[in-house]
Design a protein around this ligand. Sequence first.
Ligand code: UD1
Length: 362
Amino acid sequence: MLICNVVGARPNFMKIAPIVDELQKRRMPQILVHTGQHYDANMSRVFFDELGLPRPDVDLEIGSDTHARQTARIMMAFEDVCREHRPGLVIVVGDVNSTLAAALVAAKLHIPVAHVEAGLRSFDQSMPEEVNRVVADHLSTLLFVTEQTGVDNLRREGVAAEKIHLVGNCMADTLLKHAAVAVERAPWMDFGLMPGAYTLLTLHRPANVDDRDVFEPLLAALSSVTARLPLLFPVHPRTRARLDEWRLPLPANLMLVEPLPYLAFLGLLAKARLVLTDSGGVQQETTMLNVPCLTLRETTELPVTLESGTNRLVGTDAAKIEDSVRMIMDGAWQTGQRPPLWDGQAGARIVDILAAWSAGQP
Ligand code: UD1
């Protein structure tokens, strides 16, 4: 049976890597399809190179567009891929538009779908990712879950227990594989920084950067960080476009740089004094690395990072950011524990289940 792995955007690449690797080891037939949702070299190709992912067998080169147009174009192109290659299973990961589009196409062609990182819910329907997650889950035959809350959410939504598999976290697999090398490379030196003596920011959610009345005060609120330590800010293309458009005032000590490759970013995360982010992946990575994380959102789909990890939700509230920064600098932050099954073996568990499942297919 041919397995078709689908990726599209930056956070997908580290999630698919351990699965592709494990399928390869067991010589299970697979193809890798890149939708081209992300296409800049530093948002896409560099991740393939660093993670040792094979070149995609098919690159749909869809690029950027409105949600409906991007999703529709991926669907049209991916339908042709499915008709040509006739996979017995389509694997989608995460919650980006490519995830939803590929899952919909496969389901309509009666090809079973496996969703990796299933069951996560922010309960905020205004996030495009929440819509993508819910739909992808309900189209899937195999749902691979990273934390217990994901299982609970799916059961509450009526998904049959036998479809749900708590397997751990593929991002954690990738992180554990690469963390030592990433730190050895000392990426902070490229920016004139010292380990433990800088902070790191990522920001790209439409809710934070597409509304000037939110983005401008948020940038101002970062001065409680920059007053204490340099703040390195690899800028996502969406965020860069808003900064250029509005020419917003930036706090001194905020260092804007291009999006970073995986290993440089991971090394920087590992030795940051604290991290501010609105990304999902970074909340998981800081919990793995036991680095304090302030999430610039009101909700998270990853409650385990709050309960046993190093994460705290601060929204865009300047006072909450300031209080949290003070606590971290005073050494009064919670220490993180790695959640159960975030142990580097999620990819192997998933492929064990796939192998058993495919043996039972006609
Ligand atoms: C997408 C995902 C989001 C994920 C993020 C990681 C959806 C709905 N959102 O958001 O969940 O956290 O990726 O980065 O799928 N652009 C470039 N070059 C690129 C890619 C994007 O210049 O390689 C610019 C384009 O102007 C584009 C904008 O960034 O319009 C947004 O890209 P898009 O893929 O639509 O969404 P992201 O904000 O990246």
